[in-house]
Design a protein around this ligand. Structure first.
Ligand code: GDD
Ligand code: MN
Length: 368
């Protein structure tokens, strides 16, 4: 093929790769602006009677901070139940959890599975033992910003809402009014205003107990998002809420790559299977699901194909291709958002390839 043709094709694919996310972003901004203008208020009723389920596998260094945070968040809400469900940790997590002195308003139960069976199995066990009407699943290595639990339960008290999840902040800016707006949080909030977000975070998943049981509990892989998807498919909404804020510990170095890679792999597998529900998805959610599935499954490959074509043309001395590649390199180097975007595309591609070999329901514990 002629170098000029290769370059033109590469450029066209690159523009396609950029256009859907940018268009979606613009649409999301419009939706959020309209939503803010119309108030989008939730009822003031605060639900009491909540069971918090914390699955743990080797969380010795996190569990006390986690339980203290849960104690702070449940204060003034009547009596709450906290179930720590430990999957055979060999670092004494369950003993450390048992040594914690709960405040008068917390009923602590430490359950021992004895062996590691996967996060979703532990969560389902916790769900079956829960006694309160509302259940909140939360990872042990995450913390909630002040007022998040109340805000989550308030949002859940709306009759059209079936599941509530959080927006995410880095650990160092956890204040509610920090004004910190991340691209991904913005999309989650906009999708929630449209109908539901298909991406939920294991740091906080609040749901009515009977609904979680009716839906058959949690499934392996991206268990958090997958539950949100089934809630949305049931006709109820799965929403991220602005005042519900979580932070999680992020691993560094080699562990970071492994951690991001596994999560991307789970997301790819999840969207590939959720896509089958597209024809039956409720209006409003259907478009969100279609775009997100496209962004996770198809769009990364357009970028890869574009780069391959441009590189081929550039190697033949094609000037347009060289210029476009230089521009891409500059953008990725200079703009942090572009950098994290490029990284995510890479993880999604590697994740898809890894899924061919199959994925594990239990993952290696990454040090944080
Ligand atoms: N009982 C039990 N058994 N708990 C487990 C197991 C297990 O086999 N595996 C993990 N956990 C616990 C961890 O101790 C932690 O509290 C929580 O489940 C999440 O595990 P992490 O190892 O911290 O996972 P992550 O944060 O990287 O995973 C993220 O993505 C997953 C999907 O890919 C989180 O958002 C998860 O919630 C999500 O399921
Ligand atoms: Mn985690």
């Amino acid at each position: 093929m002629q170098p000029a043709l290769l370059a033109a094709l590469g450029l066209a694919l690159l523009l396609m790769h950029a256009s859907v996310p940018l268009g979606y972003y613009a649409a999301a901004l419009r939706v959020l602006r309209k939503h803010k203008a119309s108030g989008g208020r939730v009822s003031e009723e605060v639900i009491s009677g909540v069971t918090i389920v914390v699955p743990t596998y080797n969380e010795r260094n996190n569990i006390i901070d986690k339980l203290n945070n849960v104690a702070d968040e449940t204060k003034g809400m009547g009596e709450s139940e906290v179930i720590v469900i430990d999957g055979g940790s060999d670092d004494g997590t369950a003993d450390v959890a048992e040594s914690w002195r709960p405040p008068p308003w917390v009923r602590l139960r430490v359950l021992r599975e004895g062996l590691r069976r996967g996060k979703h199995v532990a969560e389902n066990e916790g769900l079956s033992k829960a006694t309160e009407d509302y259940v909140v699943f939360t990872d042990a290595d995450s913390l909630w910003a002040p007022g998040s639990l109340r805000a989550a339960l308030r949002a859940l008290s709306r009759s059209d809402v079936g599941l509530v999840t959080c927006v995410k902040r880095p650990l160092n800016i956890m204040e509610v009014e920090s004004g910190y707006r991340d691209l991904y949080n913005m999309l989650r909030l906009a999708e929630s205003a449209m109908h539901s977000t298909p991406i939920a975070h294991g740091e906080l998943i609040a749901i009515r107990r009977d609904l979680a049981i009716k839906l058959g509990g949690l499934r392996p892989g991206a268990d958090d998002s997958e539950l949100a998807h089934r809630v949305a498919m049931s006709g109820l909404r799965a929403v991220a809420v602005d005042g519900v804020i979580c932070a999680e510990k992020v691993p560094r170095g080699q562990g970071y790559v492994e951690w991001r890679g596994r999560r991307a792999q789970h997301l790819v597998a999840y969207f590939a299977s959720a896509l089958r529900d597209l024809p039956r998805a409720p209006r409003g959610y259907r478009r969100v699901l279609a775009v997100e599935a496209y962004l996770h499954l198809v769009n990364p490959w357009l970028a890869l194909a574009a780069l391959a074509l441009l590189l081929a043309a550039a190697s033949m001395g094609q000037l347009l291709a060289i210029a476009v590649l230089a521009l891409v390199a500059l953008t990725v180097l200079a703009i942090p958002h572009a950098r994290s975007w490029a990284l995510m595309q890479t993880f999604l591609i590697v994740g898809a390839l890894r899924n061919i070999r199959g994925r594990s329901e239990v993952w290696r514990k990454v040090e944080k």
